[in-house]
Write a protein that binds this ligand. Structure first.
Ligand code: HEM
Length: 400
């Protein structure tokens, strides 16, 4: 599904490149910069029944950031912060300046499909005097075999996912939102990630991760009849229409991985590297050919190995558990031993982590051929409230 199609909103079907400043059906009333048509002018509305940054394709750049409420802050300060942050995110996603006090990092760029998505960690609720409204599904994730988690880079009261197709636009939004939090919330951790830049390929297939695999093929699709049931929460009332985000920083042991021959790498996943076609597929198979977990090869063994990632992770192996994966790659230089500090900022949205990430990761951590090449280094779970209407703010249903 393309960002352009989503921008069409309620069937408007506008081509971004053709509408210049009037993106997504908006009048070009903003004093914003003269954005280049296409990537620069593309805008994703902030307001709506769902928060932006869930169903839209992952942008070229992301900042994930967590904050804790300031020591003396409570419910009132939380409300103030969410009001300010929502108003700012709405302005920035339209390509307008935030509040006139900002540095000029994004001055001459358009919105570049900026989205800002807000989530609430389990620890927020006690501090804001809302313990009785904390959803049961927000209980801490269980420990999984092989976890090597750094608590300083996980969890947090508030979570932000800031995505944009331009690095300066994304960083600008991060700086503005962080400055506006002063006195109300303190930064806890931040991570920067990236994906493919729009226009980088003439074949806009599903993106690749740093292991070189086409990644995201078998995600639930927005037009699947059960998409909403898999991705969006139905309760408690304040969260209805929202979601749960699981965030994991997963380092890839790239030196080990790249030492494997391609056919071995393909067996680890169960798909071809060149085009993502399932190994069960036969000669004409392509990326979208359905996976056949029962198929056998000429020697009678399973075409998709018993420990192949797509078999172990598949809903069929996990009682139907499903999630919408929307991850980004990261690279932060080298570790002390010279190996790359690089991997996947795994972000998955689901209606309920107990019917999404938890059962799947339980199986992956024990029996997945891919796990040998991975280290889970940080983890967070956040309730992602529904979107805010014009004039409202994210989290309003919880706080008023
Ligand atoms: C599928 C890579 C971690 C859940 C895939 C595919 C690739 C991949 C290449 C096949 C294409 C696709 O359908 O997207 C990776 C890498 C990971 C990772 C490189 C870590 C760095 C995880 C984790 C989970 C997960 C932590 C959840 C706990 C899934 C699911 C599928 C999938 C549900 C679809 C299976 C199907 O129904 O065919 N992954 N994955 N993955 N992965 Fe992962």
């Amino acid at each position: 599904f393309s960002r352009r199609a989503l921008l069409g909103g309620a069937g408007a079907g506008l081509a971004v490149g053709a509408i210049g400043g009037a993106v997504g059906g908006r009048a070009a009333a903003s004093p914003g910069p003269a954005a280049a048509p296409g990537t620069g002018a593309a805008a994703v509305p902030f307001h709506g029944p769902r928060q932006a940054g869930i169903v839209e394709p992952a942008q070229a750049r992301v900042h994930l950031a967590a904050f804790d409420l300031a020591p003396a802050a409570g419910r009132e300060q939380l409300r103030t912060l969410l009001r300010i942050w929502s108003a700012t995110a709405a302005r920035l996603t339209r390509g307008e300046p935030a509040d006139g006090h900002e540095n000029q990092i994004a001055l001459d760029a358009g919105p570049c499909s900026l989205t800002v998505t807000f989530g609430f960690g389990a620890t927020l609720f006690d501090k804001a005097g809302l313990a009785d409204r904390r959803p049961e599904a927000l209980a801490p994730l269980p420990a999984f075999p092989g976890d090597a988690l750094d608590p300083a880079r996980g969890d947090g009261d508030l979570w932000l996912q800031i995505g944009a197709d331009d690095a300066l636009v994304a960083f600008h939004a991060l700086r503005v939102l962080q400055r506006q939090a002063a006195g109300l919330a303190v930064p806890r951790w931040q991570m920067a990630g990236f994906g493919r830049t729009p226009g980088a390929t003439a074949r806009p297939t599903t993106g690749r991760n740093l292991m070189g695999q086409v990644d995201g093929t078998n995600n639930p699709k927005p037009d699947d009849p059960d998409f909403a049931a898999k991705v969006f929460a139905t309760g408690p009332a304040w969260l209805a229409g929202g979601s749960y985000a699981v965030v994991r920083r997963i380092r890839m042991l790239l030196d080990d991985w790249e030492n494997q021959p391609t056919d071995r790498q393909e067996r680890v996943i169960g798909r071809r590297k060149s085009d993502g076609a399932p190994l069960s597929g036969g000669p004409g198979a392509g990326e979208t050919t359905p996976v056949d977990l029962a198929a056998t090869g000429p020697d009678g063994t399973l075409a998709i190995a018993p420990d192949a990632h797509v078999r172990v992770a598949a809903p069929a192996s996990n009682g139907g558990a499903a999630m919408l994966r929307r991850g980004f790659s990261y690279q932060d230089g080298l570790l002390a031993d010279g190996s790359p500090d690089a991997g996947l900022l795994f972000v998955a949205f689901q209606a309920d982590p107990a019917r999404g990430f938890v059962p799947v990761q339980r199986r992956l951590a024990r029996g997945d051929g891919l796990s040998r090449f991975l280290r889970h280094e940080a983890s967070g779970l956040y309730a992602v409230p529904p979107g805010a209407p014009e004039g409202g703010y994210v989290g309003q249903q919880l706080l008023e």
